[in-house]
Design a protein around this ligand. Structure first.
Ligand code: COA
Length: 175
């Protein structure tokens, strides 16, 4: 079990997040400036997971606009996959959404990205349509996924259940 901390992303984290972003998407990654811009965007909520040595293992970002949240980015360092780190970050975004009275969470995902689609389905996101040729690098279609109203019991019960079983890592929450 690894000991991790969930923290809000700061400008000091950007260089390291960018290195992970490049590892994950060698050919079509965000620029460092995109991350810096996001950190000064009042609608944005960006988080990182750090280990005991302050090494960043995973990151997530979302925009929160009135009653809707849009997950803009999510990545786990390739050496730290399947430890529920992405799951923990989505739980964090949902927690933020409850605090801000958000009703729905949405995102776009490549139709070939089985890992991410499975992850979102675990949180009861459903596919509601497609954006054709959405990704510029290879023309791949995006699947648009949405939650149901996150205040409904089915969503909430599932969220609470996933919170309980996110136990592959020992989490120290630090906001
Ligand atoms: C998708 C991604 C963020 C998942 O990160 P992760 O930290 O390894 O995921 P988690 O360990 O939290 O997985 C939680 C659940 O998601 C599903 N999942 C994750 N990876 C999966 C895979 N490779 N295949 C099938 N299901 C997978 C499983 O249900 C898993 O739960 P389980 O391990 O109890 O079965 C990671 O693979 C990644 O960084 N991919 C590249 C970037 C990316 O695709 N980002 C999303 C863009 S929309």
């Amino acid at each position: 079990m690894i000991k991790i901390t969930v923290k809000q992303m700061t400008a000091e984290d950007v260089e390291e997040v960018f290195q992970i972003e490049k590892l994950i998407h060698p050919n079509h990654h965000w620029s460092k400036n995109s991350f810096y811009n996001e950190l000064s965007n009042k609608l944005a909520s960006y988080w990182v997971i750090k280990d005991e040595n302050n090494k960043i293992l995973a990151f997530i970002g979302a925009w929160i606009i009135f009653e809707e949240a849009h997950i803009t980015t999510l990545g786990t360092h390739p050496d730290f996959r399947r430890l529920h780190l992405a799951q923990i970050l989505i739980l964090k975004i949902i927690e933020v959404c409850y605090k801000l009275m958000v009703k729905y969470i949405t995102l776009e995902v490549r139709e070939s990205n089985i890992a991410a689609i499975s992850l979102y389905q675990k949180f009861l996101f459903e596919s509601i349509g497609q954006r054709k040729n959405y990704y510029q690098d290879n023309g791949e279609n995006a699947i648009i996924m949405f939650t149901q109203n996150i205040w409904y019991d089915t969503f909430k019960n599932n969220y609470n259940k996933l919170k309980e079983i996110s136990n592959k890592a020992e989490i120290i929450y630090d906001e």
